[in-house]
Ligand binder design. Structure first.
Ligand SMILES: [Zn+2]
Length: 168
């Protein structure tokens, strides 16, 4: 940060105050060259996110679409709307802050979602991964299930979309 008085880049922070309401941080600084005091404001810079599909098509990041696909994976599971919203927000922020490319591959998004779902609910994780990786064989499920440390049989059945109640 350049001193507004002498242009020196040598300054130190004497105080940081977060302003949670505006999501900004104010920093008091002192110039080590001329001793002048000044304040800088740090703010999160939101940017437009572009998602690159496997087909090469580029689309604007759609937060609602992401929420819908997570909700679908969590259907009938003990995952609250609030947890889903937190997950969506966390992935949105990570895409904004952890990626630098002009467009983000949809597989990066898919990986972030599946990593988060694995922590939240293993069934939702399997459902999501099976759709986003376009599973076509039972062996695809087996491979992914083996990644999950422990899984009860009824959970396994649900994951494979088998009904829990009698069919007849
Ligand atoms: Zn200065």
């Amino acid at each position: 940060m350049r001193c507004p008085y002498c242009n020196s880049t040598d300054s130190r922070v004497t105080d940081s105050r977060p302003d949670t309401e505006d999501a900004i941080i104010r920093r008091r600084r002192v110039c080590n060259q001329c001793g002048a005091k000044f304040t800088t404001v740090e703010r999160v810079q939101m940017r437009d996110l572009l998602i690159r599909k496997n087909t090469g098509k580029i689309e604007q990041f759609d937060r609602d679409k992401l929420r819908r696909s997570i909700k679908l994976a969590c259907r009938n599971r003990e995952v609250s709307d609030e947890q889903i919203e937190k997950l969506v927000t966390s992935i949105h922020r990570r895409l904004e802050t952890e990626t630098t490319d002009d467009s983000i591959s949809s597989s990066v998004v898919g990986q972030m979602v599946s990593d988060s779902l694995l922590n939240l609910d293993p069934i939702a994780f399997i459902r999501f991964v099976s759709v986003y990786r376009k599973f076509s064989k039972i062996s695809d499920f087996k491979k992914i299930i083996n990644q999950i440390p422990e899984m009860a049989d009824d959970d396994m059945a649900q994951a494979c979309h088998l009904p829990q109640t009698s069919l007849f």
